[in-house]
Design a binder for this molecule. Sequence first.
Ligand code: MRU
Length: 329
Amino acid sequence: MQRTIDWDNGEIVIVDQCSLPHTHRILRLRTVEELVAAIQRLAVRGAPALGAAGALGTALAARLPDATEESVRAAADRLARARPTAVNLSWGVRQALAVLPDGADAVLARARNLLDADERVNRLASGHAAEEVLRRCPRRPLGLLTHCNSGRLATVAWGTALGVVWHLAEAEAVGEVLVDETRPLLQGARLTAWELAEAGIAYRVLPDGAAATAMAQGMVDCVLVGADRIAANGDVVNKVGTYGLALAAAAHEVPFLVVAPTSTVDTSLPDGTAIEIEQRSPEEVTRFAGEPVAPEGAAAFNPAFDLTPARLVTAVITEHGVRTPAPSC
Ligand SMILES: CSC[C@@H](O)[C@@H](O)C(=O)COP(=O)(O)O
């Protein structure tokens, strides 16, 4: 399976997620500045993939011929702050920095180990989640609903919540996947739909606002989402719109499952209220595909993520298994 992010010949190689689904382009990133820019324009995105980016970027800085401890730590700091919400980014940076005293080769080796572990851990977590779906949802075939993109593009390989769909499809249990388009940057319509089409799994894209209606009409057996940060009490921060989905799922008694590696769990936070929510440019909302759709000068509220309280989460599922309603990993 091709990796979304990898190391090749002294460079970081990523699938350019800004150009999908129309063009499958590979980008080679040679400096930390190029990587930070790629993270900020979401060419590489999704919490686990950001963890890998943090570790590989630290290796890039450590391998510069004139690298000093100070220069590597400064680059690592710029990387960790490139996006504030997904805890995996600073976690990946920290993992790599921990072996800096052992030299640049050790930093790269640590980063590469982290990439190998990502696929293993996400396959495990999504496998546990697939068993949970089969246990909780008796109807066959299953109608599943997901938000944003939590597939292989959001990870090094395989995926988290969308990884559950891969397992369930292998068990021939999937009827269709409803894919929230995921306004405003359309990670669902552009990326999740592309992954499902590639895998040959039936799907339909729906406006985010139609998800509650899909539940009311009995089309959804289970909601599956990933996470950018999970607090110790099980509060979940994920792509904006997740909170509304959780409210609708609770109202319709549809299981709402969150699937993530433990690197997404931030045990330093007792609950989610202190998690910094990235605010993005108003133009992402007031324009569509670059064209203005709101009156000139319109203001916008554009948080990239929202907070779903633990009470609305049926289970958080990691590589260690199912925690209901919340982890304290
Ligand atoms: C396994 S991905 C989990 C989350 O990172 C994902 O759902 C999400 O919200 C990504 O947001 P993005 O802004 O596209 O990086």
